[in-house]
Design a protein. Structure first.
Ligand code: AMP
Length: 434
């Protein structure tokens, strides 16, 4: 029989890597909390319209990368059907859906939420690109001032600082204007790209009709050459958007956050307005492996059925952050909590050992046990292999007189203590699990 494999583009995160993930999850939770963001957990799948209406039906994410969720017995489906579901490809659309559904517009604004979890996209798997990846995001909904854009960028930046990943990092930033400026931007792009249409890839030929702004997002080589002389959105946006953008940059200057003005940063999702930004390693000039990104999305709440509400947010890619942490050889906080290993000889001793598991773990210490192994030698070997600090040996004699042999596995010293003194003994000798 064939052995089953995880689906292409997904992976198991094994125990040896958990320290990196924990480090990142803790940093993210800490910084989001310090910045006054509350955690929200959202369903992993949503009505497909949550994504088609927000991310945009002409985008790669919706057109090519969305995973449908359906029962095996269901037959037909389409992006347009009413009750179709899709695995979430990103977090913002779901947060905005939740904002509207839970009446958050009536709460004190702005609403500040953060999330963490799996996202799913049918991408071509390669290093740093998976079909299931982990993302952390923060959304600030209900405030339109550039100071909120700055606060959002700062929160992401501080996560990188906390992780020691900021040294080689830069923020790419751009403004893509709002509804007011879009017709002018579209017109300028269409007219420029129509003059170069013979060198465009098929995707860009389609974008020329459906979503000209996204022409700037193409990574194809021949399109890249054309992009270099394309009209720049900053020159085309109205005075208001320009003023806002300059203010955002002033905040970044004040905060000493390094940035690059990148006129082709439009991002692959339709809901963005005004500020767009991405975090990348300085040498990754082609933005092949951004660590995160985001922007303002002032039209999205209304687009999904709520009141007109300004908002700004970001999403970070945790898988890429883990890879960078490993590459940078940053030393992680030591997670090696010392543990004790129970060793029992005989049935009565085994009974005591199991009840000691309850007692020791309730007191906050880490414990391990290999009850299948009978001999003292085999159990001691196991205790050493799993790096236990102490072995607690309960033989027949100890079982009868309620004592335990405590063997220090570092220096092989041992002493006999009575069972009811065990926890106060550990209190002096061992660190607790937090
Ligand atoms: P996006 O919503 O496309 O801006 O994605 C936000 C961040 O998630 C990106 O900057 C990446 O760090 C990460 N990301 C996006 N797609 C993938 C993927 N297929 N695999 C791993 N990380 C991803």
């Amino acid at each position: 029989m064939d052995s089953l494999q995880s689906p292409r583009g997904t992976r198991d995160i094994l125990p040896e890597d958990q320290q990196y993930w924990n480090f990142i999850r803790q940093a993210v939770a800490k910084k989001a909390t310090y910045f006054g963001f509350d955690r929200i957990d959202l369903p992993m799948f949503e009505n497909v319209k949550t994504f088609t209406r927000s991310i945009g039906s002409g985008t790669d994410i919706v057109e090519k990368e969305l995973y449908e969720v359906k029962r095996f017995s269901e037959k037909q489906s389409s992006l347009e059907s009413k009750n179709n579901f899709a695995l979430r490809p990103e977090g913002t659309a779901g947060v905005v859906r939740a904002y509207i559904q839970n009446g958050m517009q009536y709460w004190t604004q702005p609403i500040k939420l953060w999330y963490l979890g799996s996202m799913f996209r049918y991408d071509r798997p390669q290093k740093g690109r998976y079909r299931e990846f982990q993302s952390m995001g923060a959304e600030l909904i209900g405030d339109e001032s550039p100071a909120s854009d700055a606060q959002i960028i700062l929160l992401a930046w501080e996560v990188f600082v906390e992780l020691g990943l900021d040294n080689n990092l830069i923020v790419d930033i751009n403004t893509i204007g709002d509804d007011n400026c879009r017709p002018k931007i579209r017109k300028a792009l269409v007219s420029y790209y129509e003059n170069n249409y013979q060198d465009l890839c098929q995707d860009c030929l389609n974008r020329l009709k459906s979503n000209p702004l996204r022409l700037l997002d193409c990574k194809n080589e021949s399109c890249n050459k054309i992009k270099k002389n394309a009209p720049q959105t900053f020159d085309l946006v109205d005075e208001n958007c320009k003023k806002n953008f300059k203010e955002v940059l002033e905040y970044l200057d004040e905060l000493n956050i390094p940035y690059d003005l990148n006129p082709s940063l439009v991002r692959g999702l339709d809901y963005y307005t005004r500020t767009t930004f991405e975090f990348r390693q300085k040498e990754d000039t082609e933005r092949q492996s951004a660590l995160g990104g985001g922007g303002r999305y002032d039209g999205l709440v209304e687009l999904l059925g709520g009141q007109p509400t300004p908002a700004v947010g970001f999403g970070l890619g945790l898988d890429r952050m883990v890879e960078l942490l490993k590459k940078s050889r940053i030393s992680l906080p030591n997670e090696n909590i010392s543990q004790v290993c129970l060793i029992s000889l005989g049935e009565r001793a085994k009974l005591i050992a199991v009840s000691l598991i309850q007692e020791i773990t309730r007191a906050g210490f880490k414990v391990t046990f290999a009850p299948q192994k009978d001999s003292l030698k085999a159990q001691l070997r196991f205790a050493n292999k799993v790096n236990s600090a102490f072995a607690l040996i309960i033989g027949q004699k100890e079982a009868l007189d309620n004592t335990i042999i405590v063997k220090n596995l570092d220096d092989s010293s041992q002493e006999i203590i009575s069972r009811n003194k065990l926890i106060s003994y550990f209190n002096k000798k061992l660190s607790r699990v937090n």
